[in-house]
Design a protein around this ligand. Structure first.
Ligand code: A2P
Length: 307
């Protein structure tokens, strides 16, 4: 039986900055819940919080950070550019910083490679009369990413990167002459049912760090009832969640578990040393069952489509 320890691991970015390997995920954490969740996480030892303009919770997160009294330089804060502001990243990050009560974020991510009508309605996810998302087709994420360079130049973000990018879209971005800063990160859904090995290989080749959102498959997923993970957990005397995080840790992946429960927040900092056989077994789970749990309809755009 292995001993579970609190991980204090950090991972290096291609631009020289460092990120703690565990961050608190806050997607789907409602405004009224998130202050408590962030406060408890910071008390438990988390120093990395992940949010996004689209989550609508930057203000309470900023308040929890301020109330914690933890010096800014000890924290790593990520937020993301929402799809209705692709034409104005500097304006959007300024608004996010204002809500967070911060002078800079450590990481600013292009949330999706798809642009929504900035004048559409409702404002966050504008819809067409047929109920489909109101997507702007004549704009490129390359242009947005180029504009995001200014966030670094102006000192508003220490690092920039992308989220929900496939290998196909990363190739477009990396091959564009406008891309002067290699993304530090590609943050994607990643867990044993969607291990993202191909994407991971491409990212490793280009020194882009792969980050896992929904590492447990998000609210209500069956991952923690996976028999293979449960059996490995039993063998090591830890929960299946600890097994998932230990597997990510062994792959040098930064993961962003979300919890509103104080005990589980603490538990999600733990990792155990897995043996090669365990890792191989977890690597193979997706061959029996694979699923993307955050499969949003961006039609006619297909962000996850490959060549
Ligand atoms: P809760 O907030 O009650 O802890 P993800 O991190 O993939 O987004 O998944 C979040 C979901 O997983 C939430 O429903 C959260 O519920 C639950 N969760 C988080 N950590 C654990 C854990 N260690 N054990 C069981 N469920 C967990």
């Amino acid at each position: 039986m292995a001993t579970a320890v609190i991980t204090t691991k950090t991972v290096d970015f291609n631009d020289g900055n460092k990120i703690p390997s565990v961050g608190l995920g806050t997607w789907k954490a409602k405004e009224e819940e998130v202050y408590t969740s962030v406060t408890h996480a910071l008390q438990a030892g988390y120093r990395h919080i992940d949010t996004a303009a689209a989550y609508g919770n930057e203000e309470p997160i900023g308040k929890a950070i301020k109330d914690s009294g933890i010096p800014r330089e000890q924290l790593f804060i990520t937020t993301k550019l929402w799809s209705n502001a692709h034409h104005d990243p500097v304006g959007a990050i300024t608004e996010s910083l204002d809500k967070l009560g911060l002078d800079y974020v450590d990481l600013y991510l292009l949330h999706w490679p798809v642009f929504l009508n900035p004048k559409g309605s409702p404002s966050r996810v504008p819809l067409l009369p047929n109920g489909k998302r109101d997507i702007v087709m004549d704009w490129s994420f390359v242009k947005t990413y180029e504009l995001m360079h200014e966030c670094v130049e102006k000192g508003l973000a220490k690092s920039i990167g992308v989220s929900n990018f496939s290998v196909k879209n990363l190739k477009v971005l990396m091959n564009a002459t406008e891309t002067k800063i290699t993304p530090a990160v590609n943050q994607v859904e990643l867990h044993p049912h969607l291990p993202q090995f191909q994407l991971g290989e491409y990212c490793a080749q280009h020194d882009i760090h792969l980050q896992a959102y929904s590492p447990l498959g998000s609210v209500g997923s069956p991952i923690l009832k996976d028999e293979v993970l449960m059996a490995i957990g039993e063998k090591h005397g830890v929960s299946p969640a600890t097994i998932v995080f230990s597997w990510m840790n062994s792959r040098d992946i930064v993961y962003l578990p979300k919890s509103l429960n104080r005990d589980r927040l603490r538990q999600n900092l733990l990792v155990v040393e897995l043996d090669d056989e365990d890792i191989e077994t977890i690597n193979n789970i997706h061959k029996t069952f694979s699923k993307r749990y955050n499969d949003q309809d961006w039609s006619p755009m297909k962000p996850f489509e490959e060549d």
